[in-house]
Each structure stands twice: as structure tokens, then as C-alpha cells.
Design a protein around this ligand. Sequence first.
Ligand code: HPA
Length: 252
Amino acid sequence: MNVASEASIELAIIGGTGLYKLAELQDVETHQPVTHYGALSGPVRVGTLDGHRVAFLARHGEGHSLPPHKINYRANLAALKALGAQRVLALNTVGGITERFGPRVLACPDQLIDYTWGRISTICEEPGTEVLHVDFGEPYTRSLRTAVIAAATKAGVAMVTDGCYGATQGPRLETRAEIARMRRDGCDLVGMTGMPEAGLAREMGLDYACLAIVANWAAGAGPDPDEVITLQDVLDNVAAASAGLPALLRAL
Ligand code: HPA
């Protein structure tokens, strides 16, 4: 990869569904490197936020053209690392399963369960690469989670400061029985992109935390068990819940 980076990036942000750009970034440069792992989801926008160098990448592409299982998670993280990022904040649009995680809630989960399949989930894939067995008992970086939670407090943004994220394969939403099983398993939130991203970040030695934005009750989890989840509801709730994000990111 051939990436010039004069100053390192203090924070890299990966945006999920409904979060395709960071309008507050100033003096934006665009990088779109081809990595050892292939092409990333789209351009990395690097700019300044209150004088701090920040990178932003839309996980699904800026036009949301990539479904969760087609995202090149390895390339995305490798590119951010090559640009000089050490801390990665993942913004993930999710469904809420348990009572505290209704639509428009922001949460910083501390655990995850991986239900995805068939995705390249390691950097130890190619023959000859060193086999890593990274510790993943605590899947998100504690110091970055602490900083995110402190930033939310400083910015006056309400946030649930724990929770278990269940990563499903998608792109379809889940059945009610699948969500009931996830609830029994201990999941509070459900999304499609939390893995393998978090595991790859650990393998690459990056600090990584998730800021989950609840867009809807997961199937059968809300007060109306027959509710049909629409994309418009998801986008409306993400837009409403994201109102406090710029202040939170500035505080971070
Ligand atoms: N399930 C999975 N992923 C999601 C959901 C959901 O209900 N809502 C937003 N992303």
C-alpha cells in the first residue's frame, strides 16, 4: 500500500447504515488506497474536527452499495491503520432486543456474540501468515470505551454504557424466533456488521469500540410484536438518534 500520511490520525470513524459522511470535518483530503487485502468500501475522508485529525469511512460505501457480508472488513481496517489511525470508533446501526435498548438509544456495548458465517474473519488466512490466537475475552478496547462514555457525559448525550451486541449475517432481518434465541443467549442488540470487524481490529492491534445506534425494535422485541420494520423507520430513527453525535465526537 502506498499511503502518505504526514500527521497521524487521532480517531478513525467507520460509519454504518444511515451514516455516510461526517459533515463537521474540515479541510478534507480523500484517500482511497488499494490494500494488501484488496479494495476498501470507498474513500477515506481525512480532515480536522476542532483541530484534531480524524478519518471517516462509510462501511457500506457512501451510496450504501455493499451488503454486510460483502464488506471488505480487512481492507477497511488495514487502510485506516496505514493512514496512521490507532483508535477506531465503529458506528453501528442496530436493532434493540432488551428493554433498555429501544429505538433512538445510543449504546456502547461491552460484549458481543458472533452469529455470522462465511466471512473472512482473520488476517491469518493466507498460507505462510503467522497464526494468531488473540485474546478476545473483552472484545472492545476498555480505554476507548471509557473515553467514549466520558465524551457522551461531557457532551450531555444519553448513552447506555454496556450491553451485548449479537452480529447476524443479514442482509435480511431476523425472524422472531431468532431474536428470542438471541435474547436467551444474552444479546441486547442485533446488527450485521459488528463482526468480523471487531475481531480483525484486535488482530491488527487497533483500539476499537462500538457506538451502537438503535434504529428499531428487533423482530418481536417491541411492544407491538407484529410490527413490520421498514427502512424508512430505520433511517428516521438513526437521523434522530445521531443529533448528539457531533458534540460527542468533538468531546472525544
Ligand atoms: N437486525 C439486524 N440489524 C439491524 C437491525 C435489526 O433489527 N436494525 C438495524 N440493523
